[in-house]
Design a protein around this ligand. Structure first.
Ligand SMILES: Cc1ncc(C[n+]2csc(CCOP(=O)(O)OP(=O)(O)O)c2C)c(N)n1
Ligand SMILES: [Mg+2]
Length: 368
């Protein structure tokens, strides 16, 4: 995958796999027999889909960062370094399931089928974007995406409500939402999780432990390890490596299986790291707050680089005609073109489509 000198975190420039890091990546997949069998069952096209999803997520962020530098946007919220938690989870779901992403999980939107052009239009505040130019918190229920809610933690009760509707319908659909480490300290998180547990709802909650909330490190708001949060309401608990897309995929596949069987909510804690700032405005501040060693450590664990290496070296073939490395190079190129075209089209049409203030309240309340 191409690296961008002006936009990638410095640790990602000239990234090359370290043998012990790759050993850890592979070891993670072989340690647990159930996860190992889920990963082993993946077809080449599913591997390629996961890889393209990661690249798409990374390049989506690069495009937004470029717009910030060019003055097109004032700021953007990125998921750089955390792509695997989003992409691995979405790919483990099936048609009919719903997701409630945080703004940092924008990758969930494109992996659930929202065209990148629409996502970029939403950032540009264009009238023909999914939220008619009103907000950057966008979703699309027709594609199973509940829009992020600005009040962090609030998606947990909302997604619990969706899970309740699935249960009442006797369907085997599940609702999945992500919540940041800091957001697990909100009332809404606890209300939603408690409700999902006592009503035994098919809700999956991924605690995306990127070790910081705005400028507050986890150590300042949590005296116990983040995964112990799952034990408060005696929910089923899993822990996975948030930078290992296959570990996330397998964990969420197993968790969703339980939820579909009526076993109630599952809390998955995924350890990861924010390779930038809370948003583009405080990247420098973030480097001052967090120890430099943390960037070095996590920089070696680039979720895209590690998976690319794993696939390039895998004993299975992604294609019968080309080497895995060639297939990956072509796939990355395709995604690069897809993102380029989407951002170009969004910029071209956004200028003519400014948000119309008279449509401000459209869709805010349902007609009943
Ligand atoms: C209820 C509420 N309190 C405070 C804020 C301001 N705020 C926005 S993001 C954020 C930090 C969230 O951190 P975390 O949950 O760890 O998610 P991350 O940004 O790390 O992905 C805060 C405090 C908010 N949006 N909503
Ligand atoms: Mg956080």
């Amino acid at each position: 995958m191409k690296r961008f000198k002006a936009y990638d975190p410095p640790e990602y420039l000239g990234w090359s796999p370290e043998p012990d890091v790759m050993e850890e990546f592979r070891g993670r997949l072989s340690r647990d027999p159930t996860r190992r069998s889920v990963v082993k069952a993946l077809r080449p096209d599913q591997h390629l889909g996961l890889y393209k999803g990661l690249v798409r997520n990374r390049l989506h962020d690069v495009a937004l960062k470029r717009w910030v530098r060019q003055g097109v946007l004032s700021k953007a919220w990125l998921g750089t370094g955390e792509e695997a938690v989003t992409v691995g989870a979405v790919h483990a779901l099936v048609k009919g399931d719903v997701v409630g992403p945080m703004i940092r999980n924008a990758g969930a939107c494109h992996e659930m089928g929202m065209p990148l052009r629409e996502m970029f239009l939403a950032y540009l505040g264009a009238a023909d974007s999914p939220v008619s130019g009103r907000d950057v918190h966008f979703g699309d229920l027709s594609r199973g995406i509940v829009a992020p809610i600005s009040m962090v933690g609030a998606l947990v009760p909302v997604c619990a409500g969706m899970a309740l509707s699935f249960k009442l319908d006797n369907s085997d659909r599940v609702a999945l939402t992500w919540v940041g480490d800091g957001s697990t300290r909100t009332t809404a998180f606890h209300e939603g999780l408690m409700c999902a547990k006592v009503l035994s709802l098919p809700l999956l909650v991924i605690i995306q432990d990127n070790q910081i909330a705005l400028g507050t490190p986890t150590s300042a708001h949590s005296a116990a390890p983040m995964e112990s949060t799952a034990t408060i309401y005696a929910t089923t608990k899993y822990v996975c490596d948030g930078n290992n897309v296959l570990d996330v995929y397998a964990t969420v596949a197993l968790a969703s299986e339980l939820a579909r069987l009526g076993k109630g909510p599952v809390v998955v804690t995924a350890k990861t790291f924010r390779m930038g700032g809370h948003a583009t405005h405080d990247e420098g501040e973030s480097r001052k707050i967090l120890p430099a060693g943390a960037f070095t450590y996590w920089g070696k664990r680039d979720p895209v680089g590690m998976y690319e290496t794993y696939l390039a070296e895998a004993s299975f073939r992604l294609s019968s005609r080309q080497s895995n490395a060639d297939v990956l190079e072509r796939a990355a190129k395709e995604v690069e073109e897809e993102v380029d075209q989407a951002q170009r089209e969004a910029r071209e049409s956004a200028g003519e489509l400014e948000a119309d203030p008279s449509r401000q309240q459209e869709g805010v309340y349902a007609e009943i």
